[in-house]
Each structure stands twice: as structure tokens, then as C-alpha cells.
Design a protein around this ligand. Sequence first.
Ligand code: HSE
Length: 359
Amino acid sequence: MLHRRIHMTTYNIALIGFGGVNRALAELIATKNPLWERDLGFRLNIVAVSDLYLGSVISPNGLDAKTLVEANFAKGGFGQLSGGSAEADNETIIKTAPADLIVEATFTNPKDGEPAVSHCRWALQSGKHVVTTNKGPVAIAAQELKAVAHANGVHFEYEGSVMSGTPVIRMAERTLAGAEVKGFEGILNGTSNFVLGRMEGGLDFATAVKEAQILGYAEADPTADVEGFDVRLKVVILANELLGASLKPEEVTCKGISKLSPSDIENAAAANSRWKLVGSAVRNEDGTVTGSVSPKQLPFEHPLAGVNGATNAVSLNTELLGSVTITGPGAGRIETAYALLSDIIAIHNAQATAKREAA
Ligand code: HSE
């Protein structure tokens, strides 16, 4: 299904969900295809979009990304487009769109990962690669979905599910291969880190949470951010990926920041320390892996204590290098869309390697 031209590959993609992240990817496609062709060797062509609110559309020759982003579609608005319908029929779109690759960016369901798990499964079973920033299917069903991908000769990539565009999964697995990761601790939720910083500055909890929502860091339901549930999914993903664990979210102890009072914040500062919401996991002597999420009072000199605002960071504890800290954005529309691009680059490079080896 790949359309080859001289020195150039076009990936036909279908966007499932057209909220902030996939809209940001469409924005990038509208302006950056020429650059990607030149520097990365491929361009992206949107052949289908499906969204619960807007409906769905299939256009085998490709939709104009700029129009998609700029047209202010009302509810069911995709119904006005040629090949469009006011209803979102994700299953049909995923199974029948003439796409090489499905970009899954619907809402995160922390309980069973649905409907995103089904979206990924349908795509992989129909021989389409999947890239996603959705934590639900990765935390809950990564093992199964990787097996389905493997059985169908396609890729399942999810770099953005932990620190949005900041590379942690491939960094740890590829660049640090052989360094032997034994555990990690990280600031993995931008909203709660932002809120703690604003509370240090004297703001009350509720106002700080509202600011994080306005800035677009918070989940649709910010309870997941401040109670640690979002970090818990990220700890599960990293522990399973980097430490070979098979943890389920309910096996990771979880405490958020909502009970921290202004006096807790002041007392920490008086003791040259500050509160951070820390997600961590460690491989124990007996090979088991334990994960936890909890507010911790870190001394100012701790590598995670100086991580401010919505920035994320993770310190990997490695056998051969000691502690390696990766820091960068952990949320944001364009930042998260970049994670999707990085997944597509990884797929493109793997395909190129496979072709060279087959030649
Ligand atoms: N709500 C999340 C955060 C976004 O604040 O970090 C990325 O998962």
C-alpha cells in the first residue's frame, strides 16, 4: 500500500480522534511535508479522519490538512465533506480506509483502555501500523497489541504515551541498550508539577489547577493528574517496557498531591526542599518489580527538585552509567504531535532496514 515515488515515500494515514493532538499533527503536516521529504525521506497524506464529535471522512487521494485544521467544523461537520458522514464510525474507518498507518489519539480510559484498545487491535489485524500517544491501551494491553503487531508484520509505537515528545522509551531501549536499567524515578505529570510550583508561589490549589487546564496540560478530568492516576499509568508503561515487568495499574500504589496543604509547602521550603509528585519503579533482588506514585519532599540538590512548571523528567538508574536524567516537555499539543512523528520516523527507518536486509 506504500506509494513510492523516486526517493520518496508517502505514508497514507488515518487519524482516529481529532482533538488537540491529532489536530496539531495535521497542522504540522500542512506546513512541514516539504521539510520531511527532504530530511526524513517521507511525506504524510491524511486519507481519513474520525472523531466522535465531528463525524468521519475517507478520501483516498488525501484531505487537505490546512483545510481540516482551519475549517471550523460544527458537530457532525465532516458530513459536509465528500466521502464524509456526520457519524464517527471508527471501526469501519480503521478497517477500510486506504491507510498504511493509524494514528490513535482518542481519550484515555484508565480502567480498560477502551475503545482505544479495540482501535489499535482492528488496525493491527488489518495490517496497518499504529502510532499512539494514548496511555490507556499501552498501560493495559501493550503485550497483547505488540503480539498482534508482530503476527501481522506491522509496528505498534507509543513513545508519546509517557513524556509526550520527550524521548524516554526509545532513548532507554535503544541509545542506552546494554546500560542495564535497574529502576527509575520521575516527574511524569506536568499538571501536578505546575500546580505544586504555583502553590509554592502562593496560589491556592484550585486556582492553580484551573491555570493548568487553561494552558492545556491537564487531562479532560484533572482528577487523574492531581491524584496520581495519570502517573500510575506512565509508571506501568515504563516498568513493563524498561524493567521487563508485567504490572497492572492496580498493582502500583498511588497517592496524589490534593492533600498537600499550604503549610506542607511552606515547611518543605523552610527545610531547603520541595514537594514533587514522584512516580518510580525498581527491580528487587528476587527479580520482581515494585512501582509507586507518591508526593516526596526532595532536597533542593536532588536532580528532580529543580524541574519546574509542566516539564517532566525521569532519572534512570543504570548498572553501567549510574543515574541518567532525561528532561523535557511532558505535555502540550505540538510536543505530543512530535511524539507521533518520532514514532513514524522509527517505523520508516525499520522498514528501510528490513528492505536493505531483504535485498
Ligand atoms: N495531563 C498530562 C500531564 C498530559 O499533565 O502531564 C500528558 O499525559
